[in-house]
Design a protein. Structure first.
Length: 388
């Protein structure tokens, strides 16, 4: 990939202000030969601008300028009725440069209070039978968030395989035939790992899942690698930490209590922690940080990773149950701790114990991903977001 010259950036500034109508040739922004069907935006990345000292320009500014020349970026979000889909849609629909199609098995809502609701389209679709309703040639990027959570997949093997694997393969096939080369961001999980594990997991550790959910995720990760290697899509796999603190009702995830033990007491409700060991560690990430990293992935250059290795372990922080309780007390007051009840659940313990608790995120950080500063700050952000 060629680096962006300062003179190119000056031309962009002048063109945007109307003082000059010339814009740089695409080759000054990226090497389009890296992908036979490139989406130009997918090549923009902060690393391109490290040498542009004379005229600094943020990635966001250049990304928005390019989109303003070529038309809005069309983004599809599957599983869009879920928490993460709604969170991302809200972020994108507060920006005028994105057209967003939200799809789910039930019609997903358009997030309330966004600045550009007219840029959204909600479509009810079962990807197993109705994928053509949401896949067309106009797509620039796809976020694949649909799925059955960890506890649900363990309880119903057939349903987990159908939704988590079959629907994903059908989606990828539709993209291959209709919109080849499209940027795909697939949501995976730390659940792809199983014991035994080193104390710190890096990108070279081989996934050996100990749950149906983890197995289904690793199958789909392999599909992303293969479809990208063949040039059918331009994919990245993001292995999410546990997201905490999530708003809304509890989910069927084994890790659901890691949000509930903060969310419910702050709302004056009881939460059962299915463990009695307060030293139990979890690898977590706040919703705000996750959304930042999801949007960043739109701009990763296609050659940021080898075409057959597209996985990125999203940065998180390691916290114990006790540290989470301490954060709850610091933000909500000591009285909130009375809403927590500790009762071991033997059915969840094997799943929870199989997950890693520390990662070496050197690769992700080098690509521009960020991590939370502390869990207490994540709780304060949650409290601010819900208006308490």
């Amino acid at each position: 990939m060629q680096s962006c010259r300062a003179s190119d950036l000056d031309s962009i500034d002048r063109a945007k202000s109307g003082t000059e109508r010339t814009v740089p040739e695409p080759r000054s922004l990226c090497d389009s030969e890296a992908n036979p069907n490139p989406t130009m935006i997918a090549y923009f990345h902060p690393s391109m601008f490290f040498n542009c000292v004379e005229s600094p320009l943020s990635l966001s500014k250049l990304l928005h300028f390019y989109i303003s020349l070529t038309g809005n970026m069309h983004v599809l979000i599957t599983g869009a009725a879920g928490f993460i889909g709604q969170l991302l849609a809200k972020k994108l629909l507060n920006d005028p440069y994105y057209n967003v199609t939200l799809t789910d098995i039930n019609e997903p809502p358009i997030p309330k209070g966004v600045k550009y609701p007219q840029n959204a389209r909600a479509v009810t679709a079962d990807l197993l039978t109705g994928v053509d309703a949401v896949v067309d040639k106009s797509l620039d990027a796809v976020y694949a968030f649909h799925g059955i959570m960890s506890s649900g997949s363990e309880a119903n093997f057939e349903l987990g395989m159908s939704v988590n694997v079959d629907a994903t393969r059908i989606l990828f096939e539709a993209l291959r035939k209709t919109s080849p080369g499209v940027r795909v961001i697939y949501s995976s999980s730390q659940a792809v790992y199983g014991q035994p594990l080193p104390e710190v997991v890096n990108d070279s550790v081989i996934p050996t899942p100990q749950s149906s959910y983890g197995a289904e995720k690793i199958i789909c990760e392999t599909l992303v690698n293969e479809y990208t290697r063949r040039g059918f899509i331009n994919g990245f796999v993001l292995r999410f930490p546990t997201i905490s603190v999530r708003p809304g009702p509890p989910t069927a995830a084994a890790s659901s209590f890691l949000s509930g033990m903060i969310r419910e007491p702050l709302d004056g409700k009881e939460c059962i922690i299915p463990l009695v060991d307060r030293s139990f560690k979890s690898w977590v990430c706040s919703p705000r940080t996750l959304v930042h990293n999801l949007v960043l992935t739109l701009s990763l250059p296609a050659d940021a990773l080898p075409t057959h290795i597209r996985q990125i372990n999203v940065p998180g922080i390691c916290v114990t149950i006790q540290e989470m309780m301490d954060a709850l007390e610091a933000v909500g007051g000591k009285d909130k701790l009375a809403f927590l009840k500790e009762k071991e659940d033997p059915s969840l313990k094997p799943i929870l114990d199989s997950w890693p608790t520390r990662f070496d995120n050197t690769q992700a950080i080098s690509l521009g991903f960020k991590r939370d500063t502390s869990f207490e700050q994540a709780v304060r952000d949650y409290q601010m977001d819900i208006g308490q």
